[in-house]
Design a protein around this ligand. Structure first.
Ligand code: PEP
Length: 260
């Protein structure tokens, strides 16, 4: 049985005060050791300067803390960059890799994302690898081709065991921050496509175990319907993760489904 993973991507938002208050409110709601007892894993991904603050504010809770990116090298002359060993030393559990905003504004490609995923594993950090088509791809019927290339290239050289220790986030670019959500059926269709592809690239067991999140304007009022789809294993949440009540309502939708 796959757990739900609900992760908040705070992007380049929050002040230290807001980050602490948000993290405290979320941490308080999930006390206890880092288990997925209720079938839901909760993760928050603040900007780098807030990581220490958020780790402190969520200490003693079972909320994972992730970064939004990292470099492909472990250390060296890469001004402005942050590495996997640094994230690990801080206590980060997750890292988002290949978010569409990184692909779009910083020209990150699948090969680079693949190298980062391998490095995340080497440093005991769970990668959340993002894939997704642009609106033009969907409108021209190219969604599956685009997703297939991204999934193949991002997972290249990983082994079946690693698929159990990672998260894949399907995020149609046209649905991110736009208020347009993929319908549950549209999202489920792509999730099934990804799972079948992963089964053919690795094996059926690995594909069954892979957590595939949906991301793209998930809100408290649409989370349940999306998460109820058999192949949607939680969400990567942008805008709605900046408000504790909204984020917690989305997590609750996953908890209700996990326990029924
Ligand atoms: C995201 O940033 O990954 C995202 C899905 O954003 P939003 O929920 O705001 O669409």
């Amino acid at each position: 049985m796959r757990p739900y993973v609900v992760a908040g991507n705070w992007k380049m938002n929050t002040t230290p005060g807001h980050a602490r208050a948000l993290a405290e409110a979320i941490g308080k709601s999930f006390p206890g050791p880092d288990t997925v007892g209720d079938g839901v894993q909760v993760v928050v991904c603040p900007p780098y300067p807030m990581l220490a603050e958020v780790l402190e504010a969520t200490a003693g809770s079972r909320v994972g803390v992730g970064a939004q990116n990292m470099h492909t090298e472990e250390f060296g002359a890469y001004t402005g960059e942050v590495s996997a060993p640094m994230l690990n030393a801080l206590g980060c559990t997750h890292v988002i890799l290949g978010h569409s905003e990184r692909r779009q504004y910083f020209a990150e490609g699948d090969e680079l994302i693949n190298a980062k995923a391998k490095l995340a594993f080497a440093h005991a950090i769970t990668p959340i690898v993002c894939v997704g088509e642009m609106l033009a791809h969907r409108e021209t019927g190219a969604t599956e081709d685009v997703i297939e290339k991204q999934v193949r290239d991002c997972l290249e050289g990983l082994d079946a065991l690693q698929l159990r220790g990672m998260v894949l986030a399907y995020e149609p670019v046209w649905a991110i921050g736009t208020g347009k959500t993929a319908t549950p059926e549209q999202a489920q269709e792509v999730h099934v496509f990804i799972r079948k592809l992963v089964a053919s690239l690795f094996d059926g067991e690995a594909a069954d175990a892979l957590v595939i999140q949906y991301g793209g304007s998930v809100k408290p009022d649409n989370a349940r319907e999306l998460f109820a789809q058999p192949d949607i294993d939680g969400g990567l949440i942008g805008g709605a993760s900046l408000d504790a009540d909204s984020f917690l309502a989305i997590v609750r939708a996953a908890q209700e489904l996990a326990t029924t």
